[in-house]
Design a binder for this molecule. Structure first.
Ligand code: FES
Length: 179
């Protein structure tokens, strides 16, 4: 595959390309812990293994329910691997998605050229706002979104509130800030 991509890993040597996320998430509606870990690499194709990495970001300071991330300066996606968060800016909107595919928790990738996410396991695709691309792969909903708010130049992410489109549709739709 020749298209330029951002992969959902920092680099191809750190064992995260196409890897499964340990499903330690607990979907507690108002509070609770969501822990996502990345385990072993699972046989990505050479083309995918050569994909350009997502830009890595780290949240400094804040609390688990109010983590600050700098709002990206341009459209694209960045990853906080430690917390399993992807911050995406797209056409005036900013989102914080779970890195885990909503089907079976595989780490998703961002394809910059196509402006889409794709799961390397069953190839579900997702628009930049997280909406599921119909009839792709095996997912049945969009990417899960963390609750967010804007504070100056930061996106504040609540890691204890993760919304599923098919379960918390109103909150899921509201989990976005404009820039
Ligand atoms: S794990 Fe992503 S589509 Fe199946």
């Amino acid at each position: 595959m020749s298209r330029g991509t951002y992969a959902a890993n920092v680099n191809e040597n750190d064992g995260c390309d196409g890897c499964a996320l340990v499903p330690r998430r607990e979907f507690l509606r108002d509070a609770g812990a969501i822990a996502v870990g990345i385990l072993v690499a699972l046989g990505a194709s050479p083309a995918r293994a050569a994909a350009a990495p997502l830009e890595a970001i780290t949240s400094i300071g804040g609390s688990r329910d109010d983590k600050p991330y700098p709002i990206p300066a341009k459209d694209g996606s960045q990853i906080d691997k430690e917390n399993g968060v992807i911050v995406t800016r797209w056409q005036g909107m900013v989102y914080a998605f779970s890195l885990a595919c909503p089907h079976q928790n595989t780490a998703i990738k961002w394809f910059d050229k196509d402006g889409q996410f794709e799961c390397p396991k069953h190839h579900s695709r997702f628009q930049p706002d997280g909406l599921y691309v119909k009839d792709s792969g095996r997912a049945t909903r969009g990417l899960d979104r963390f609750a967010v708010r804007k504070d100056g130049n930061n996106l504040m992410v609540n890691l204890d509130k993760l919304y599923q489109e098919d379960d918390d549709e109103t909150e899921w739709k509201a989990a976005v800030v404009t820039v």
